[in-house]
Design a protein around this ligand. Sequence first.
Ligand SMILES: Nc1ncnc2c1ncn2[C@@H]1O[C@H](COP(=O)(O)OP(=O)(O)OP(=O)(O)O)[C@@H](O)[C@H]1O
Ligand SMILES: [Mg+2]
Length: 227
Amino acid sequence: MPVISFANPKGGAGKTTTALLLATELAARGADVSVIDADPERWISQWGALPGKPDNIDILSDVSEDSIVDQIEEASEQSQFIIVDLEGTASLMVANAIGMSELVLIPTQGSSMDARGGAKTIRLIRNQERMARRPIPHSVVLTRTSAAVTSRSLRNVQSQLAKAGIDVFETAIVERAAFRDLFDYGGPLERLDPSLVRNVDKARKNAESFAGEVIAKLKSAQMAEAV
Ligand SMILES: Nc1ncnc2c1ncn2[C@@H]1O[C@H](COP(=O)(O)OP(=O)(O)OP(=O)(O)O)[C@@H](O)[C@H]1O
Ligand SMILES: [Mg+2]
């Protein structure tokens, strides 16, 4: 079943946040999801220890460079989706996970440092494609965008990346307190208390459309059944 990795050597690009949003949205649609937590800070494992983790999300925390290939292979025999949250470096572990992926998502903030990290990831993916002699679908996901940003300026960034031959998700992940607070409260977005956290409904819509785009991308590569 499809393996979706989140990679960008730039720390804080939004890999962990975006990976958790995808895991919880897929689980909300009824899918069995395995998360391979290869972020040294183990944020998703800590989230999983809080109340409210859906039963259909399984988190593997004990991951190393030596074990990651076996763990991804094993998980992909058991779960409908495997999500790999990678560390913020360009390591052999990251290269191995990319080599095992059906889709690599590259969360990128608008800053040039993030974009450079994204470019490094794309070079890594292209090398892995040559080694594996198969295409590895990959897309940039813009993260922490301002809710107030006009869709025109977003489209501008998207078309610039497209000109460089890089696919960019139409859905950007907006900067929202709800996406941060998930890690404090645990559980999925729908469990957050709207009287404590602002704009939970908007956060949910954002996460839903992101997950929808991931599914569409996998379907176009014939890697996912309907969820
Ligand atoms: N869309 C968002 N809205 C609000 N806060 C966000 C959003 N995305 C990320 N953040 C915050 O930015 C910080 C970095 O995000 P995150 O941990 O997801 O990045 P990362 O790429 O996984 O970092 P690392 O490379 O250290 O693993 C965190 O404090 C997180 O809560
Ligand atoms: Mg992380």
